[in-house]
Design a protein around this ligand. Sequence first.
Ligand code: NAD
Length: 385
Amino acid sequence: MAKLNWGMVGGGEGSQIGPAHRLGAGLDGEFAFVAGALDHRPEQGRDYGQRLGLDADRAYGSWQDMLAGEKDRPDRVDLVTVATPNATHFEITRAFLENGFHVLCEKPMTMTVAEGEELVHLANHTGRICAVNYGYSGYSLVRHMRAMVARGDIGKVRVVVAEFAHGHHADATDADNPRVRWRYDPAQAGVSAQFADCGIHAMHMASFVTGQEVERLSADIVSGIPVRTLEDDAMVNFRMDGGAVGRLWTSSIAIGRQHGLAIQVFGETGGLRWSQEQPNQLYYMPLGQRLQVIERGEGNLSPEADRTSRVTVGHAEGMPLAFGNIYADLAEAIRARKDGRTMDPAANLYPRAEDGLRSMAAVFAVAESGKADGVWVDARPPMFR
Ligand code: NAD
């Protein structure tokens, strides 16, 4: 079976997230990395691309050159990953979708709700995939949590508690460091800092696992380091369309916390608990019984978990393999379209433009509620009201 052709915009040398994409996309041998505009500095991007193995004529100096160079090639890229800074996502993603490419865009997908709606419409209109990299939804046991909730193992969900709290911006003496400062500057970051950066991962995961969408929310936002204009800590209460009550805490000043993404779901007949830093164990408490530890890689957990577990039980898997599962979903989605068949339902779980849009609506709702002392606001994008 011929490999699919894959390209990247962003993710240049020294970038934070570029290597995880290359590891994830390369995991199954489904994608061949053939093109890239990897850096905002053309020469560095061309040079690094060739060192990574791209042909010289496909190691582009800019995304515009990549689009022009790829669009008429018979072997053009099947999927483009956009892993550039947030403010550039919309323009680049829109341009590639308009030219008929499938796109995997980093989060947050856009800077405004209107831009998010435009990408949803464009993906629907062109029939192209516009996926968003909520990569942590690729973890095998997160997929298993979703399957357990969907098949009724914990009954109707009452409460979901999501966290994404780290301590990497907690040093007040470092707040003026340009690498940190821009994140809390509205001119560069938009209306929200910590919630838009990390909170949306936790909120997406709450929706992904419960199968419910956020309808309204109330936010308490603060700048724990007072020179910051935007929030570095937020507590968000929310209500979901299936009746679940949501609690979400996100922070960048939680000293001692590392990545800090975790989720708990409490239903009428059981509870589930999972943490991204120990992703190979899922804690399951059935009502009136004893606590059970479900290990990733145990046989016959669920089709969704079995498909996304890559190494034998007892050997740790981590984040690049979760990203690999998003790429595996996308490979299956692209191949199913090429072959004119229905895709494997267990792979039909990659986050969509609609998820990216819902996150943007939540970001603006958090900012609005936070400014109004926690007043409850509608968190849905206008097109889903
Ligand atoms: P970074 O600053 O470390 O790297 C950005 C890269 O993009 C650099 O190589 C830069 O040269 C390149 N770049 C910038 N503008 C470009 C342009 N116009 N054309 C081509 N290349 C360009 O940033 P990062 O931390 O890797 O974050 C990138 C994106 O990924 C952000 O949107 C961020 O929110 C997201 N991210 C997502 C996750 C996740 O878990 N899904 C984790 C970290 C970052």
